[in-house]
Design a protein around this ligand. Structure first.
Ligand SMILES: *Cc1c(COP(=O)(O)O)cnc(C)c1O
Length: 300
């Protein structure tokens, strides 16, 4: 028997570690049938988890919000994620933890009776922008698809209610753009598929206050801006303010700070990644060497 190939990634499914290609969930899990699940993504860079505690805290809050019980505490989840990464040997990894509703006893539709399930996996680091896009900036569309209202699905608890984001993204890709941001009922931009949005106007860094997931990368950007003594405005961001901004960028665990140089077909500033954006990109990666924010993995 040859030993399993963990090099493409490792998943933990119901307590068993398996190569990512072999990981599966039962078709009757409501995580699949109802999008009834929550998740979080933490990254590993240079062999260390970045802001692990913040991701664990948010994951457990998301679980509580959706009345899901992962059956593990923060330290047990951390151990499971660490084991996934350790087995894979990946030094740069995208690490996801998931709690699904599971399934109630046959015939019952009472979510309270479902046995919730915990899953996790580690795969190679995922970039939301390729190298050329990171160098030259992304082309972004502002969709007319409205993000699901906060009163219907709390956007602060991570969820898989992504049809609005996916339809918006398909529209943007059809139009030749790289990605998309959605708006709320008032026409303010809120967020895109897996990222928060920022702009720079007259030297101030602006990001929406409501209607979106409060990204850990968004928090990092706000803290970096404060440490660089930049003004930060957390407030409603009308679509036109994004279009006429001096700089635009995205924040996500899938690549950190990502420059945007075109919005709805028109160049932002001089059409190159802005000076403040570039400083924030540099600072984002510099903070990956700060022991206070990073938890080194023992691969032995
Ligand atoms: C995860 C996510 C983000 C970004 O959060 P980070 O913690 O910065 O990775 C933004 N919007 C949505 C809808 C998300 O699911």
């Amino acid at each position: 028997m040859t030993s399993p190939d963990y090099s493409k990634g490792v998943a933990c499914v119901r307590g068993q570690y398996v190569p990512i290609a072999e990981a599966s969930i039962p078709i009757t899990d409501w995580g699949f049938l109802r999008s009834d699940a929550t998740y979080d993504v933490v990254t590993v860079w240079d062999g260390a988890f970045f802001r692990m505690d913040a991701h664990l805290e948010r994951f457990l809050l998301s679980c509580k919000r959706w009345r899901l019980d992962p059956g593990l505490n923060a330290e047990q989840i951390a151990q499971t994620l660490t084991q996934c990464v350790r087995l894979s040997g990946l030094r740069a990894s995208y690490v996801e933890m998931i709690c699904t509703r599971g399934q109630p006893p046959w015939g019952s539709r009472d979510p309270r009776l479902a046995v919730n399930q915990f899953y996790a996996f580690a795969v190679p680091y995922v970039w939301l922008a390729n190298e050329a896009q990171r160098a030259n900036g992304l082309h972004l569309c502002i969709s007319d698809v409205q993000r699901i209202p906060s009163a219907s699905v709390d956007p602060r608890a991570k969820n898989y209610h992504w049809n609005d984001l996916t339809m918006g993204l398909l529209g943007a890709l059809d139009a030749g753009a790289d990605s998309v941001v959605l708006v709320d009922a008032q026409g303010n931009v809120v967020e895109g598929p897996g990222f928060n949005v920022f702009c720079v106007r007259q030297g101030a860094v602006v990001t929406p206050a409501q209607g979106m997931l409060e990204g850990i990368s968004r928090r990092t950007v706000i803290e970096m801006a404060q440490s660089l003594r930049l003004e930060v405005q957390v407030r409603a961001l009308p679509a036109d303010e994004l279009r006429s901004a001096d700089e635009v960028f995205l924040s996500t665990s899938g690549g950190g700070v990502l420059p945007v140089t075109v919005v709805d077909g028109a160049a932002i500033g001089d059409g190159k990644p802005g000076a403040i954006t570039r400083r924030l990109v540099e600072t984002y990666w510099a903070w990956h060497r700060d022991p206070a924010l990073n938890r080194a993995i023992d691969y032995t």
